[in-house]
Each structure stands twice: as structure tokens, then as C-alpha cells.
Design a binder for this molecule. Structure first.
Ligand SMILES: NC(=O)c1ccc[n+]([C@@H]2O[C@H](COP(=O)([O-])OP(=O)(O)OC[C@H]3O[C@@H](n4cnc5c(N)ncnc54)[C@H](OP(=O)(O)O)[C@@H]3O)[C@@H](O)[C@H]2O)c1
Length: 223
């Protein structure tokens, strides 16, 4: 039987690339977009719509999944947020949108999705960032965006008791600095290279259990 993946936030960039790579490796992929997507013509990918910030939709979204059990669910949606360095230079609205999109909504959605991850071998992953690590990002580059990922990592850890009880592996994933709308054109890693690496990491994590912070090449990152 084909492995099943659900990729949340796959209209473009890393999520789109990961959906394509897993489908090419014969996974059955369900992917989500909120309004439009780069290309939904691949008949092997099932597309659903979801704006993760519309949290009232979360329950109804999950009900569509029926009794499906996924080998991997990856919550990838994210934004850069305000480009300034200091919180006092950013508007409340921009800060709230950032933390809601990168931290609060992924965690709310995860609590609904955890029962849909296959017991014992399944993976629940979040696209985090190396920037969210105090040890790896010692100078606090891009602190506002980075802190949204630090908080995401900590809240992901809070899922560990429930994940462990079901044998589910939690992954906080760093995709590399990737050439996307968010990463910018000068980023050194292509979507294809990042997505292929992330797919390897996800495949190798099946059944590992615990909570791991890994980059797209499988390197373990410090928190
Ligand atoms: N690129 C990098 O260098 C890099 C490095 C570290 C971590 N990351 C993380 O990787 C993830 C993907 O980023 P990317 O570089 O691929 O950026 P991207 O090309 O801008 O793609 C972001 C994806 O998130 C979706 N999204 C944003 N807000 C959403 C919402 N409210 N509901 C549903 N989907 C939403 C976007 O959908 P729309 O098309 O509808 O906007 C898009 O599919 C993000 O979590 C990002 O923080 C990226």
C-alpha cells in the first residue's frame, strides 16, 4: 500500500516542492492551498483548501479526512512577517499575523491532526527554521521571524506526551535557506534540493519516535 502524506501550505515554494517529490516517490499525497496554487494539474496529488488562520475551519477540514491515517503530516505554511529588527518598529497587526500564522495556527491545527497520524510509524512535522535556535542563531538575526519559530519549536515539544503515547515522531524541520518567495532569489538552496532532502529526512524518521530538530540534510540541530 502506498504511503500517505498530508502537506499543509503547499501552493508554492517548499511545500509545493515536497508534495511533488513525495508523489514522485510513489507516496499518495494530499496537499493544501488557501486561494491559488502554482500548479494543481498533477492527477496524483489530491488538493484541498485551507487557510490555517481560519481556525474555525480546522475541525471541518479534518472531518473531510474521514478515517485516513497518514504516514506523514507536515505543517509547512509560514510567512516572513515584518522586516524590521525591533518589535517596537513593527505594527501590532503585522506581529499578530506573523505569530498567528507561524506559531498559533500550526499548533491549533496540529492538535486536530495528531489523531490522523499513523500510530507507531507516523510523523508529524513542522517547517521550522535554524533561525529559531538560540544556539545556532547566536546573534539573533531576523529576531521577529526567528522567535516565531522558537515558539513553534517549544509548543511542538508540548505535543510529545500525546505523540509518544501513540508512537508518533515529531519533527521540527529546517529546510535550508531556500530560493522561494520567502527565502528570496539569492538563497543558495533550490526548492528541488530542499524538498528531496526533507523527503529523505521524513522517510528516515518513520518509527524513530521522540522530537527531533533536523535540517534538510538530516543534520541534528541544537535547540
Ligand atoms: N525559504 C527559506 O529559506 C526558509 C527557511 C527556513 C524556514 N522556512 C519555512 O518554510 C516554510 C515554507 O516557506 P517557503 O520558503 O516555501 O515560502 P513561500 O514560498 O512563501 O510559501 C509559503 C507557503 O505557506 C502558505 N501560507 C502562508 N500563510 C498561510 C495561511 N494562512 N494558510 C495557508 N497557507 C499559508 C503559502 O500560501 P499562499 O501561496 O496562499 O501564500 C505558501 O504555500 C515556511 O514555514 C517558512 O517559514 C523557509
Amino acid at each position: 500500500m502506498k504511503k500517505q502524506a498530508l502537506i499543509i501550505g503547499a501552493s508554492q515554494g517548499i511545500g509545493f516542492g515536497l508534495s511533488q517529490v513525495l508523489a514522485s516517490r510513489d507516496w499518495q499525497v494530499t496537499a493544501t492551498y488557501r486561494s491559488t496554487t502554482e500548479d494543481n494539474s498533477d492527477p496524483t496529488i489530491q488538493w484541498l483548501t485551507l487557510d490555517i488562520n481560519d481556525t474555525k475551519q480546522h475541525r471541518a477540514f479534518c472531518e473531510q479526512l474521514q478515517s485516513q491515517k497518514y504516514d506523514a503530516i507536515i505543517i509547512n505554511a509560514g510567512i516572513h512577517g515584518p522586516h524590521c529588527t525591533f518589535v517596537d518598529k513593527a505594527s501590532d497587526d503585522d506581529l499578530f499575523e506573523l505569530y498567528k500564522t507561524n506559531t498559533i495556527s500550526p499548533m491549533r491545527l496540529a492538535s486536530h491532526l495528531l489523531p490522523y497520524v499513523k500510530a507507531d510509524t507516523g510523523v508529524l512535522g513542522f517547517t521550522s527554521s535554524i533561525m529559531g535556535s538560540l544556539n545556532e542563531n547566536t546573534e539573533a538575526a531576523m529576531p521577529i521571524y526567528s522567535s516565531s519559530k522558537s515558539a513553534l519549536n517549544m509548543l511542538t515539544r508540548s505535543l510529545r506526551p500525546q505523540a509518544t503515547a501513540n508512537g508518533v515522531t515529531l519533527l521540527s524541520l529546517h529546510p535550508g535557506w531556500v530560493s522561494t518567495r520567502l527565502g528570496g532569489e539569492v538563497a543558495p538552496v533550490s526548492v528541488d534540493a530542499s524538498a528531496a532532502g526533507l523527503a529523505n529526512v521524513i522517510e528516515q524518521a518513520q518509527g524513530k519516535q521522540g522530537h527531533h530538530f533536523l535540517d534538510f540534510q538530516g543534520k541534528s540541530l541544537s535547540w
